[in-house]
Design a binder for this molecule. Structure first.
Ligand SMILES: Nc1ncnc2c1ncn2[C@@H]1O[C@H](COP(=O)(O)OP(=O)(O)OP(=O)(O)O)[C@@H](O)[C@H]1O
Length: 325
């Protein structure tokens, strides 16, 4: 989500008097345990998602993403810890479930149902169903509402699931790898639609993916789930501001302390050029080198992928499969 969207969403929230009392946290997970027989799929997991924000949940196969999302959607009951949405427990809470939507990894449509049939079903279940929006979105998805869902391709069925979900006007959307199988253009269009709802009416999104790149331009927070726990959680903007890749070379090398005093994540020499990944503000890092008259001093932007690799390196984990899968 863009900075502008966040600003818009913030502006909307502060213009409404009643929202001053609304808790900023929409999804709260504390010390969540989930077992399948003797197998512990989620281990004392903590997670918070603020109202009107987008949280990206990353994890490799079997990390526990679907288990977590199904628990948050109230499909699984927690075995330990607490899961609340807008301050209330979710399991067995029908009125709360009417305010949120879960788009699962494995989609389900009634046998032989058309898109319109499914829309009628959703209309019965969700009191805030917006028929006008449902109809307006048909050309966006390039589909006719009388089409049978089972005759559509997998990617088109995923689009139908997003289309129906958006038409329920949810306060919270939980999406299990919704972008898988969508072509690049449609993926971006769906992301734009989702972000628009976040900006316009403070919808909260929790979205899972194997692919960090998929989430990079879209999420406010990214968390890495690994073997049932959140290994690392970061605010995307903060991450990008706080970590830098620097190429620096000197005619006369400065004392070693210049490097030692930095919060270094990585340092290598390529000929006379030092390649450094370091934490700290841009200004602090520049000020460390400038007194030593560098002949080259470049600060390069880091991708979120690179940031996670270096950050996770700190934790001593090999995470290539999480980042690149
Ligand atoms: N119904 C179930 N019964 C038994 N074990 C389960 C069940 N559902 C999930 N598991 C186990 O829990 C672990 C987490 O599975 P989960 O489906 O949550 O992972 P995931 O991160 O969504 O994986 P993927 O990216 O492959 O979809 C796995 O080891 C899986 O085998």
């Amino acid at each position: 989500m863009t900075e502008q969207h966040i600003k818009t969403a913030t502006a909307v929230s502060t213009t409404h008097q009643e929202e001053e009392t609304t808790p900023p946290v929409m999804i709260q997970v504390a010390a969540l345990d989930k077992y399948f027989d003797n197998y512990q799929a989620l281990k004392s997991l903590d997670l918070q998602v603020k109202r009107g924000s987008v949280y990206g949940l990353l994890g490799s196969n079997g990390a526990g993403k679907t288990t977590l999302l199904k628990t948050l959607a109230g499909i699984y009951r927690e075995d330990g810890g607490k899961v609340t949405v807008d301050g209330a427990p979710i399991f067995d809470n029908i009125s709360l479930k009417q305010r949120m939507i879960f788009v699962p990894d494995a989609l389900y449509f009634f046998p032989g149902a058309s898109i319109d049939d499914m829309a009628r079903y959703y209309r019965e279940l969700y009191p805030h169903w917006n028929q006008q929006r449902y109809e307006a979105l048909a050309p966006f998805f390039h589909m006719e509402t009388h089409q049978k869902v089972h005759q559509l391709s997998k990617g088109m069925q995923r689009q139908v699931a997003c289309w129906l979900a958006l038409s329920t006007m949810p306060e919270v959307m939980i999406l299990d790898e919704p972008l898988d199988g969508l072509d690049t253009v449609m993926r971006q269009k769906v992301k734009n639609l989702l972000v628009q709802d976040v900006a316009d009416r403070q919808m909260t999104i929790l979205i899972s993916s194997h692919n960090l790149r998929e989430l990079e331009d879209f999420c406010d927070h990214v968390g890495i789930l690994h073997e049932g726990t959140i290994l690392l959680e970061k605010e995307v903007d903060e991450l990008k501001q706080d970590i830098h890749k620097i190429q620096v070379a000197f005619r006369n090398p400065p004392p070693a302390q210049v490097f030692e005093n930095l919060n270094l994540l990585h340092h290598e020499n390529r000929g006379s050029v030092n390649l450094i990944i370091a934490r700290g503000s841009r200004q602090t890092l520049l000020e460390a080198f400038q007194p030593h008259h560098p002949v080259i001093l470049d600060m390069l932007p880091l991708t979120l992928e690179e940031i996670f690799i270096y950050e996770m390196g700190d934790h001593g984990y090999a995470v290539d499969n999480i980042i690149f899968a």
